[in-house]
Design a protein around this ligand. Structure first.
Ligand code: X8Z
Ligand code: ZN
Length: 586
């Protein structure tokens, strides 16, 4: 039990974990791209082994708690204790049960469909192809494009039939996970989840709230304007001029990004500079070409091209013959170069941006792959989510002209339209990004009992987003389960962080590139200085506390919402003018 012992222990622990992690990756890839009982069984077995090992090692790591150690060794031991998202207690039966629940819920979500035919007697929607079952990808497309409120409502309600069966599983999972967190020395999973940010758990929660306070005026202004425009379009019956916005009208299944209702929100004279979906479709690009375009951006910044295996093993399109988890994700299966993305790409601007998001994960994973196992992570999980989004902020008209998708760079009079489009996705997302884990923290720490799961969910949705369910909900519903990251057990605060960070990163990289114009017109495409700065930071992986990585890129050691506020300043001025005679808030 000395410093030497700790180092030797860490070495062997990492070797063992790395090996089992590789087994989990392959089994999980199978379970996500061929959903059936066999792949789920195999995945659960691998996860069970990994969880068992990680818990055993975490408990061993705790034995060094009182030993004098250098900061580096201490950091690694702490990370070893925090490695699992859902720890099991040290009990083989519970470890197996937890793994099975995880695979099962993930499979239920991935295979989930809505079959309007089966809901005979209910308020049936217009224009639906009866007898057909819709996948989430198809429903997502319809939510994005349809303006028929009855159809939208039907899809909204229909998709949410996937989740009530998850509720008992979720409840049990929380019970086991909490017991696991306790054994590792945390009060509950809530504390454990909030302890991964190089600061005390409560400080982290307070910082999230603090950041939210800074961007909230922007959100409220956007909400006010969008509500008024929806009211103009749909009328008082469907979209009231005051109060909360009905959640099915915002162009997205979860009302988390609103870019798809741009046409409703824009002013008559506010032409968008272009329609990215139309540019993609008219260019005749294939799904693979879209990924190639993303790769080109990264290589223009000095990143190594993607390996051949990426192109052979990734899933770009939804297979016709089986159920898969379509929710986009990026993988590194061997801790080295076996990187892949898994998507069901639609030829839309939205998916072109998501491709950049996913590739951000892959290029990050690849550039830190020489780090020790425990450091093959983002500086924090928000960094991981922010990389590709940062790059996508450089998908500006100037860039689109550079790659031949656009003929002319539009004049400044189109900037407000461009910013509006961006804000509908990025600003609208902020409260959602905040509340998903607020809900989970309350569930984990027992503040919200299973009998109040859905009520608590809607309380947060109403309070933070100012939206409401289009139909009455009850505890017979389990609406959180209809969002991927709940059954998928992916923490969500990371996306809130990323939405703040990506503007900080963008501002710093544009500065490094010597761009002096407005931030929303800056693109770092092909810029060596920006590329070098980004690559250097990413190569650190998780080897240093995140403020060090932040400083390496931006010169700042804190999260700073002033970058996002600056970026949208011209739009904020426009919104304030639009809203001046309106009663905002909900
Ligand atoms: O889940 C994702 C990525 C995969 S890491 C596609 N995102 C969140 C979501 O879809 O809910 C990106 C934005 C937020
Ligand atoms: Zn991501």
């Amino acid at each position: 039990m000395d410093a030497e012992g700790a180092k030797a222990f860490l070495q062997s622990a990492q070797d063992r974990l790395e090996k089992v992690a590789e087994e989990v990756s392959h089994a999980s890839w199978l379970a996500s791209t061929y959903i059936n009982v066999d792949s789920q069984f195999t995945e659960a077995l691998a996860v069970e082994r990994y969880t068992g090992l990680a818990v055993e090692l975490a408990q061993e790591a705790a034995k060094f708690d009182d030993v004098q150690l250098d900061p580096e060794t201490r950091r690694m031991l702490t990370m070893l204790k925090q490695g699992l998202v859902f720890p099991a207690p040290n009990d083989p039966k519970l470890t197996a049960e937890l793994a099975q629940i995880g695979s099962k819920m993930q499979g239920m979500y991935g295979a989930g469909k809505y079959c309007p035919d089966e809901s005979a007697g209910e308020d049936s929607a217009t224009g639906e192809d009866k007898g057909k079952c819709y996948t989430l990808t198809e429903m997502g497309q319809m939510m994005a494009n349809s303006r028929d409120p009855e159809l939208l409502k039907d899809l909204w309600v229909g998709w949410r039939k996937v989740s009530p069966p998850m509720k008992p599983l979720y409840e049990r999972q929380v019970e086991i996970g909490n017991a696991g967190a306790k054994e590792l020395g945390y009060d509950n999973l809530s504390v454990m989840w909030r302890s991964k940010y190089d600061m005390p758990a409560d400080e982290f929660a307070a910082d999230m709230d603090n950041q939210w306070g800074k961007v909230k005026p922007l959100y409220e202004a956007l909400h006010c304007h969008v509500r008024a425009k929806l009211n103009e379009h749909y009328g008082d019956e469907v979209a009231p001029a005051s109060g909360k916005i009905p959640a099915h009208l915002l162009g997205n299944m979860w009302a988390q990004q609103w870019g798809n209702v741009y046409e409703i929100v824009k002013d008559d004279d506010m032409e968008a500079p272009y329609d990215l979906t139309k540019l993609v479709v008219d260019s005749g690009m294939s799904e693979k070409d879209m990924v190639k375009a993303g790769e080109t951006f990264f290589t223009s910044l000095g990143f190594k091209p993607l390996p051949e295996t990426f192109w052979e093993r990734s899933q770009f399109v939804q297979p016709r013959d089986r159920d898969v988890v379509c929710h986009a994700s990026a993988w590194n299966l061997d801790g080295q170069d076996d990187i892949r993305i898994k998507m069901c790409i639609n030829k839309t601007g939205e998916d072109l941006v998501t491709i950049h998001h996913e590739l951000g994960h892959n290029f990050y994973q690849r550039i830190y792959n020489q780090q020790p196992f425990l450091y093959k992570e983002g500086a924090n999980d928000g960094f991981h989510e922010a990389v590709g989004d940062t790059i996508a902020l450089s998908i500006t008209p100037k860039y689109l002209k550079q790659i031949g998708l656009l003929d002319e760079i539009p004049g400044e009079e189109k900037d407000i339209g461009y910013l509006m489009q961006q804000a509908l996705d990025k600003i609208a997302f902020l409260p959602f990004g905040l509340l998903v884990d607020k809900w989970r923290w309350q569930v984990f720490n027992g503040e919200v009992a299973p009998g109040d799961y859905n009520k608590a969910w809607w309380k947060l949705r109403e309070e933070y987003q100012g939206i409401e369910a289009p139909v009455q909900r009850s505890e017979a519903n389990f609406d959180p389960g209809a969002k991927y990251h709940i059954p998928g057990n992916t923490p969500y605060s990371r996306y809130f962080l990323a939405h703040i960070q990506q503007y900080q990163f963008h501002r710093a990289l544009c500065e490094a590139a010597g761009e002096t114009g407005p931030l929303h017109r800056c693109s770092i495409f092909k810029n060596d200085a920006a590329g070098k700065k980004l690559r250097n930071m990413l190569a650190m992986g998780a080897s240093k506390p995140w403020p060090d990585a932040m400083e390496a890129l931006t010169g700042q050691r804190e999260l700073d919402a002033s970058a996002i506020v600056d970026y949208f300043q011209p739009l904020m001025a426009y919104l304030q003018e639009q809203n001046k005679d309106r009663q905002c808030g909900w």
